[in-house]
Design a protein around this ligand. Structure first.
Ligand SMILES: Nc1ncnc2c1ncn2[C@@H]1O[C@H](COP(=O)(O)OP(=O)(O)OP(=O)(O)O)[C@@H](O)[C@H]1O
Length: 452
């Protein structure tokens, strides 16, 4: 899953959990054998669960209504093809991929939109039998009625009108007998009682075809809403094949579910200023009328803003888990997280701070040494004396001892103790560092301050 298809799942869930109510259904559309695997489906379900996007009906649930994997529904689809064949609304097509490719190229070269030219539309019964007897394996094509307009009301884009003359006859069962996406998606929506579908605009061209199919099968159609695509920095829609922005990679980097959900819920949907919300809060304020119609650009800075909000409100145990493998005394983990949570957004940042506090400091660069020299060795000697007296160091006592305040007090002290010019409240940080470490670091800073 990437942020594009995750947002689609999220909007559907928010619609179902919103004021109008509903049921969020997960169906695994895996009829394209080359592009589907059981592993991918399992990963998808794990990712949805990690995000809290639990489905009300679908695989791994006890509610009846399945099977939910299209690869297990061949028998269901098989029932519907004969209906269309008998009413001559579908016909066998023997055209090879190569022939179709040539036809497409010829149409494009002539400046016409590529469309199935109807080669097999009028084959006689005898011809069909002869070719079947020769062992040819046809696909099954839906016969699009001529001269009609398909009109429907899109949940996001309003009234849509498409002339059937612009649609070529399309394949509903491939030559290898597998069901085509268009067909099984439409049939399953009807059989599963789906009433509303939010999906990406890349499906716009499918909609009139699916409406025609459902009409021909005398099945009810859901209402469709087409969401603008989420595009990357290059303007191209995010997609699996780009590999980037995958939910797995973001999870690995330490993004929290709350950050992804709050960011995505606002990507193409206007919320007022309601701050970080759980799914219930996001669902309560979700309205299809508030979905924008312009493509939404993925903005990593916005995502990181929501990560910061999510970290600020995350349960302490979640952040403690980020310390797994870091050398932090168990009894100090909680305190460390409390002190640092406003200053970190990712596990790597927290671990880096843990290393600075409980491990070793990176070697000081010239700009650090310059500040230490400017503070002078006497400053660090004074701090050392306080540690000897109190077995601790407080900025207040150091201020009294040195007469320094503000930046001239805090900056050299921070750099001496953490190597960082910024960070959490110094008084809190100092309480986490053992007296022994304080001494070592102050001595080292004193030496650097003396060095020329
Ligand atoms: N970049 C995107 N922005 C918004 N919605 C998207 C985007 N990519 C996919 N979707 C939508 O997410 C849903 C699931 O899409 P699907 O997994 O087929 O897309 P995909 O990952 O782009 O696929 P592929 O990479 O195989 O083309 C569909 O409704 C699709 O329209």
């Amino acid at each position: 899953m990437h942020l594009g298809n995750l947002r689609t799942a999220l909007f559907n869930l928010l619609l179902a959990r919103g004021p109008a109510g509903g049921c969020f259904v997960l169906r695994i559309e895996d009829t394209d054998r080359e592009r589907s695997s059981a592993r991918a489906a399992t990963a998808l379900m794990q990712e949805l669960r990690w995000l809290g996007l639990d489905w009300d009906e679908g695989p791994q649930r006890t509610e009846p209504g399945g099977p939910w994997r299209q690869s297990e529904r061949a028998a269901v689809y098989a029932e519907f093809y004969p209906r269309l064949e008998q009413s001559r609304q579908a016909y066998p097509c023997f055209c090879s991929d190569q022939e179709l490719q040539h036809q497409r190229q010829a149409q494009l070269a002539a400046g016409r939109p590529p469309r199935y030219p109807g080669t097999c539309r009028r084959l006689s019964g005898a011809e069909i039998h002869a070719r079947l007897d020769r062992g040819e394996r046809p696909a099954l094509r839906f016969r699009v009625p001529a001269g009609r307009a398909i009109v429907y009301s899109d949940l996001v884009r309003g009234e849509q009108r498409v002339a059937t003359d612009e649609l070529g006859d399309f394949i509903i069962r491939r030559a290898d007998a597998s069901a085509a996406f268009l067909f099984c998606n439409a049939v399953d929506d009807a059989l599963m009682g789906i009433t509303q579908v939010l999906r990406g605009e890349d499906h716009l061209a499918n909609t009139p075809r699916q409406l025609l199919l459902l009409e021909a099968l005398e099945l009810s159609a859901p209402r469709y809403g087409h969401l603008p695509m989420i595009v990357g920095p290059d303007g191209a829609p995010l997609a699996k094949r780009h590999g980037s922005r995958s939910v797995a990679a973001l999870r690995e980097a330490g993004y929290l579910p709350g950050a992804l959900l709050n960011y995505l819920a606002r990507l193409g949907h206007a919320y007022g200023d309601i701050g970080l919300q759980g799914l219930t809060g996001l669902a309560c304020a979700f309205e299809v009328q508030r979905i924008g119609r312009a493509p939404a650009r993925f903005d990593p800075q916005q995502l990181d803003y929501w990560q910061q909000q999510a970290v600020a409100e995350a349960p302490i145990a979640v952040l403690e888990a980020w310390l797994d493998g870091a050398t932090v005394p168990a009894e100090q983990q909680r305190r460390l997280v409390e002190v640092l949570r406003a200053n970190v957004r990712f596990p790597s940042e927290l671990q880096d701070w843990a290393e600075r506090i409980y491990g070793s400091l990176p070697p000081p660069d010239e700009s650090v040494c310059e500040v230490l020299r400017a503070a002078g060795a006497g400053f660090f000697d004074a701090a050392l004396r306080l540690v000897d007296e109190d077995e601790a160091l407080s900025p207040q006592r150091l201020r009294q001892a040195t007469g320094l305040r503000g930046r001239s007090l805090f900056l050299p002290l921070r750099l001496a103790l953490t190597g960082e010019p910024h960070g959490p409240e110094l008084a809190e940080l100092l309480m986490l560092i053992s007296p022994q470490r304080l001494r070592e670091r102050l001595r080292r800073a004193g030496e650097l301050a003396r060095a020329r």
